[in-house]
Design a protein around this ligand. Structure first.
Ligand code: SF4
Ligand code: SF4
Length: 123
């Protein structure tokens, strides 16, 4: 599962030097059971199961401040998103096929939302 997270996110957690700047800048860190720097470390060490069960997954506001602040270009938010994606895909029930999208399409939907849905719900 770790390899899949790395593949989806494109992130190399081994670059992390545990400086904690991502957590220090995160506006949601107080609500997170696992803070951004811990999240990175846990993926690095293949401790994925606790992350899949943690509410921390849903505390991230995708502000990207952690990415901006990281001196090593680690992108913690991408790892959080990748774990979210894996959890969603494992649930199965919400998965969409591309051919199912057209009939559900809301013309007012921003294109980014559509792309995000594809990434989250398709394998
Ligand atoms: S993207 Fe998420 S984890 Fe990163 S600083 Fe923002 S809220 Fe925190
Ligand atoms: S800011 Fe970057 S290098 Fe520092 S702890 Fe966070 S992910 Fe690791």
């Amino acid at each position: 599962m770790r390899e899949e997270i790395l593949r989806i996110s494109g992130v190399n957690p081994s670059k992390c030097m545990k400086c904690g700047k991502c957590t220090a800048t995160c506006p949601a860190f107080e609500k997170m059971e696992y803070h951004p720097h811990q999240f990175v470390d846990m993926v690095k060490n293949n401790q994925i199961s606790p992350l899949l069960e943690s509410e921390s997954l849903y505390c991230c506001m995708t502000c990207l401040a952690c990415e901006e602040r990281c001196p090593r270009g680690v992108k913690p938010q991408k790892l959080i998103e990748a774990v979210q994606v894996i959890k969603l895909r494992a649930s199965g029930a919400n998965r969409l096929k591309p051919q199912d999208v057209a009939e559900r399409l809301d013309p007012s939907l921003p294109q980014q939302a559509l792309m995000a849905a594809f990434r989250k719900y398709s394998r």
